[in-house]
Design a protein around this ligand. Structure first.
Ligand code: ZN
Length: 56
């Protein structure tokens, strides 16, 4: 069983309608895959925040 550093599951989805992030944990609590707004189309996105590297 792998464990990522800080994020449960490591996968976060995002509602294409309201852009609400939906985690695996949220999906597990729901009877079906959908956003809290009721929209069913989610896109996968990376949970880790993209780091901006300054090159000065
Ligand atoms: Zn939504």
């Amino acid at each position: 069983m792998e464990s990522s550093d800080d994020t449960f599951g490591g996968v976060v989805y995002e509602c294409v309608r309201c852009a609400t992030p939906v985690t695996n944990e949220d999906l597990a609590a729901l009877p079906e895959i959908k956003c809290i707004c009721g929209y069913r189309i989610l896109k996968k996105r990376r949970s880790s925040v993209v780091k901006q590297v300054k090159s000065v």
